[in-house]
Design a protein around this ligand. Structure first.
Ligand code: ADP
Ligand code: ZN
Ligand code: ZN
Length: 765
């Protein structure tokens, strides 16, 4: 281990009597922890490398122990320890342990994925070390002769290294490891030897990882209006654990409240840290700029999956070392190590992106609240359309509600929301042009004439969701999924959005040979094409996952919109969230109807939230905004409520319905899913699991529904089934689950080859 200096340092008394065994959490479902013989200096919270089977794995040392169930001769030793990183705190370990218990996973399955990828790879440790700390060597004046005498002249490169050290010593400077390596490839080993001999001293200090601009003047903060001031005061003065719901329409100045509350907390204690979560990577640049401008002197770390591995690790380390005072990130940031955490902000708390949909299916919002409770601090959940769970808790007084009623800027009123009844359009014999109604087209025209921007929202990418044969009824189904292949016209491909399968666009129907096969329905590409045909003079941009695949291209496109270089913007939900488009005065919602026929009881909630969010893009800076929603179902309660901007009324009716039906937040749910090549086997697995449930304690307090095929039953040739488990008491459900999950291994031997998953508090059922 070339980099280990502490091996040579003396042991403190504590370490000398440290128990000989260390329990290490590893990313495997086999067990929570595994026992190893510890090196003396391994402490709880350290990252270590241990042998596991024939591999070596990085794990987290969780605790030292005097004894182990593994017979003494069979214990294997820890092989390496990341010696330059401060150990993870007991708080962080407790957070991981809570998440492991709550989501019924192994400790290491929570801990390791919570670390940035480069830290999980011992191979990248030296590279990180180089960035994270200085690594310099001083030859002690008294030993110059000893060293030179010990190195034979024929060992040329070692000799060069020794001489360089001597020269540096003569002028009182250290030699950097990188320079030492350049002279002698074996420098690390030689330097370690000379250190052990007491001739050379290593000089390692943490390098700052984040840049600040202390000379820059902070951007001016607007004078808060009364409701904002009250909100900031409540948050800043809160004592102990204090969960808040900040409810305010888009543009009501929630971000301004976060910034002021952050400032109060950061100024109070010169070491404190603030964590701010946002739902989408795309929202980080805009907010990062705003935060950096307001707090130019404070180190700001950013955490999301769009960063290169090394960069992400360095940002993470800056948070872990306490260097970062502000950490801005997506859901993954909720697991960041933050030793001086003093305030958490969760922006757009209702957003489903806070729920991880694979691996550990955690809710970052819920974990944020748990962390705040653990540390006894305030947590602010902000939204224009809070989730029903959060709204219910705020109504009960569990969360304290802070309300911003008006838009913040004096000249920015809420947009008018108008429904375009497509039935009515047909009666008036005003046909749609490629799915766009006359009122919508006219409204765009008006904006073009006025030099204002229009935003068209359609949550469906591609050209058309399916292609069809008119004569035999063939549809472009995915051979591997219960889904259609989507036509991507510019690329001339059919693509499955579920399994990734790609195929060329057929020239004729594969079933009957008919050459008249045609795209059915519309995606963003088709709308973009229609707009180009209808408004040839307009500058049109499309923002969706396809148009922004290249790194940085999304940001470039958003910049164009902000710079006024775009007249009409077409996009999926990527454009709906958070962006502050100052010149957009028209928002057109092309096709919300698909969402209305979902069997999911949360569909209305999600529809309302997403439309309210898009609507909020209109008319933010003095220009009056208008929102047009095209629909065949204008009586839908969610749409009616939208026209009145009536979240409160909508939420009240939702909660009434949920209470009557015994749905969340009036019950707690777990979804068990099983998948196999054959649906029958997946169902059998769930049935077997259900039988085992009967023998568990508390089985009487939970309700197990029948196993059923999932609504999208097949993805990538795997058939999927699900079983819903419900209870009115969360602790009862948790205790039941803990016991029941233990039986799944046995279920797996009864019905073989089935992959299963648990989702606690599922968002989609
Ligand atoms: P939200 O986060 O609720 O969408 P923001 O905090 O981004 O709202 O505020 C919306 C706009 O109003 C921003 O341009 C912001 O600078 C401005 N703003 C916020 N608070 C005030 C205020 N008290 N006075 C004037 N402008 C404000
Ligand atoms: Zn056909
Ligand atoms: Zn597919």
């Amino acid at each position: 281990m070339a980099d280990d200096s502490s091996a040579a340092t003396k042991l403190s008394d504590d370490q000398a009597i440290a128990p000989p065994i260390v329990r290490v959490a590893l990313d495997t479902p086999a067990d929570d922890c595994f026992d190893y013989l510890a090196m003396p200096e391994v402490a709880p919270g350290d990252l270590v490398v241990v042998p596991f089977g024939r591999r070596s794995l990085v794990g987290v040392a969780v605790e030292r122990a005097a004894t182990s169930d593994v017979p003494n001769g069979r214990l294997r030793p820890v092989v390496q320890r990341l010696d330059w990183m401060p150990p993870l705190s007991p708080d962080w370990i407790a957070l991981a342990a809570f998440a492991a218990g709550y989501y019924h996973r192994r400790l290491g399955e929570v801990m390791l994925p919570a670390l940035p990828p480069a830290l999980r790879e011992a191979d990248s440790w030296p590279g990180l070390a180089q960035r994270a700390r200085t690594d310099e060597y001083r030859l002690l004046a008294a030993h110059v002769d000893n060293l030179l005498a010990a190195v034979p002249a024929r060992a040329r490169s070692v000799r060069a290294l020794a001489q360089a050290l001597a020269e540096c010593a003569a002028v009182g400077k250290p030699l950097a490891l990188a320079d030492a390596r350049a002279l002698c490839a074996a420098a690390p080993a030689r330097l370690a030897e000379w250190q052990a001999a007491g001739w050379v001293e290593a000089d390692r200090t943490a390098r700052p990882l984040l840049r600040t601009a202390p000379m820059q003047a902070p951007s001016a903060a607007p004078a808060l209006h009364e409701e904002q001031r009250a909100a900031v005061q409540a948050i800043a003065e809160a004592q102990g654990f204090a969960p808040f719901l900040l409810h305010g329409v888009t543009g009501s100045g929630k971000t301004e409240v976060y910034l002021h509350a952050m400032q109060a907390v950061l100024e109070r204690d010169p070491h404190s840290q603030v964590l701010m979560l946002v739902p989408e990577i795309n929202l980080t640049p805009q907010l990062q700029t705003r935060i950096a401008a307001r707090f130019p002197h404070l180190p700001l770390a950013v955490l999301h999956s769009g960063l290169a591995d090394q960069e992400r690790s360095l940002q993470w380390l800056a948070a872990h070392r306490g260097e970062a005072r502000i950490v801005l990130g997506t859901r993954m940031a909720v697991m960041a190590s933050l030793p001086a955490l003093a305030l958490i902000v969760v922006d757009e708390e209702h957003d489903t992106s806070y729920k991880q949909q694979e691996g550990l299916r955690y809710s970052a919002r819920d974990l944020a609240v748990w962390r705040a409770k653990q540390r006894g601090i305030a947590v602010v959940l902000g939204s224009a359309t809070p989730s029903m769970e959060t709204w219910w808790r705020a109504g009960q007084g569990t969360y304290r509600k802070l309300v911003l009623r008006e838009r913040a800027q004096a000249d920015a009123a809420l947009p008018t929301v108008r429904l375009v009844d497509l039935n009515h359009e047909r009666q008036r014999q005003r046909p749609l042009f490629e799915g766009l109604s006359v009122p919508l087209l006219e409204a765009i025209d008006t904006r073009l004439a006025r030099g204002e921007q229009s935003l068209l929202f359609l949550n469906r990418r591609g050209y058309a969701p399916v292609i069809a044969c008119d004569s035999c009824g063939w549809l472009s189904g995915c051979p591997r999924c219960s889904a259609y292949l989507v036509l991507h016209r510019p690329e001339r491909r059919l693509r499955c959005h579920h399994c990734g399968l790609e195929a060329p666009v057929p020239h004729h129907c594969p079933d009957c040979g008919n050459v008249d096969i045609a795209p059915l329905g519309r995606g963003t590409q088709r709308i973009e094409e229609a707009l180009a045909a209808r408004f040839p003079q307009a500058r049109i941009a499309r923002i969706d996952a396809d148009s922004t695949r290249r790194k940085g291209s999304a940001q470039a496109m958003f910049d164009e919109v902000h710079a006024g270089e775009v007249d009409i913007l077409v996009g999926t939900q990527m454009v709906a969230k958070g962006h502050d488009f100052q010149r957009v005065t028209l928002v057109g919602i092309v096709h919300p109807d698909a969402a209305m026929f979902s069997h999911d009881f949360r569909a209305a909630e999600h529809l309302f939230a997403s439309l309210m969010q898009v609507a909020g893009r209109a008319g933010r800076a003095g220009l009056p905004g208008e929102v047009l929603i095209q629909t065949r179902y204008p009586d839908t309660p969610a749409l009616q409520a939208l026209t009145r901007h009536d979240y409160d009324g909508f939420a009240a009716s939702q909660l009434r319905e949920r209470r009557q039906a015994g749905l969340p937040p009036f019950c707690f749910q777990v979804l068990v899913t099983a998948e196999h090549g054959e649906l029958e086997r997946a169902l059998q697995f769930l049935q077997a699991a259900r039988r085992h449930a009967d023998s568990c304690q508390l089985a009487a307090e939970v309700q197990l529904h029948d196993p059923v095929p999932m609504s999208m039953v097949r993805i990538a040739n795997r058939e999927r089934a699900q079983m819903l488990v419900e209870a009115t008491s969360r602790p009862a459900l948790q205790r039941f689950m803990a016991e029941w999950v233990q039986t799944f291994a046995e279920v797996g031997t009864e019905v073989k080859g089935v992959r299963w998953q648990l989702e606690i508090d599922p968002l989609r059922i």
